[in-house]
Design a protein around this ligand. Structure first.
Ligand code: NUP
Length: 215
């Protein structure tokens, strides 16, 4: 996936009108947004089409899919059927569950992003132990896109080493969670930023400042 300015906006505002206002102020500085449960549960899956049609954005659905294969397949089907360009899937559930999402992504010719280690402190207790294995599984499965944390650059670097330079890594945790944009982009292809943009007094300036800081 090509991502303008290597910046993905995490659109976790829970009112569509407010979310659209942010998009209008940001204009064409970004071309990719990530929608997760907050906005989808508040406003419905129709939000994917609204952002695509009104702003021509690419949409990555951060549904952290983590169920049995049969259910994962249904979740991915609905996500792609409603226009998503990508879906984020948990890796800890194992190869068969991830494969169910991968098959749907292939069927729709869209992207699967495999979540390895998460960015929050709590991820250290369980997920971190298995994150390298999750990344290795992704490589074995031929997965090209990964999610890895901006909050622990050493771990991001290690995950990059496992998935290789040709894989595409998107990285959350820049800004509010403490990660730095430029440092993260040494190892990731794009950063994911939410609150530092949409909670800012001036989302346009916040976006410009982040982009400038990466140059
Ligand atoms: O490990 C992860 N960390 C993380 O923050 C995986 C994620 N998908 N996210 C998401 O990235 C999180 O749910 C939110 O949508 C976004 C980060 O937002 P913010 O901390 O910049 O507001």
């Amino acid at each position: 996936m090509k991502i303008k300015n290597n910046l993905i906006l995490a659109m976790d505002i829970m009112e569509l009108q407010k979310a659209e206002k942010v998009c209008e102020t940001i204009g064409n500085q970004i071309d990719t947004i990530k929608i997760g449960y907050p906005l989808t549960l508040a406003e419905g899956i129709k939000t994917i089409k609204i952002f695509k049609e009104n702003y021509n954005y690419q949409i990555i659905c951060d549904y952290k899919v983590a169920d049995i294969p049969a259910t994962n397949s249904k979740i991915a089907e609905q996500t792609f059927k409603n226009g998503a360009d990508g879906i984020i899937t948990h890796g800890f559930v194992g190869e068969d569950s991830v494969k169910a999402c991968q098959d749907k992504a292939d069927e729709y010719n869209k992207d699967l992003f495999l979540l390895t280690e998460m960015s929050h402190p709590g991820a250290k207790r369980f997920l971190q132990k298995d994150a390298d294995e999750i990344a290795k599984m992704g490589v074995e499965m031929g997965i090209k896109n990964y999610v890895a944390p901006a909050t622990r650059i050493n771990r991001l670097k290690e995950i990059r080493e496992i998935v290789g330079k040709d894989s595409f890594i998107i990285s959350p945790g820049v800004g509010k969670q403490g990660g730095e944009a430029k440092k993260t982009l040494e190892y990731a292809n794009a950063i994911i930023v939410g609150r530092s943009i949409y909670e800012s007094e001036n989302p346009k300036k916040a976006t410009e400042d982040i982009i400038k800081s990466t140059k």
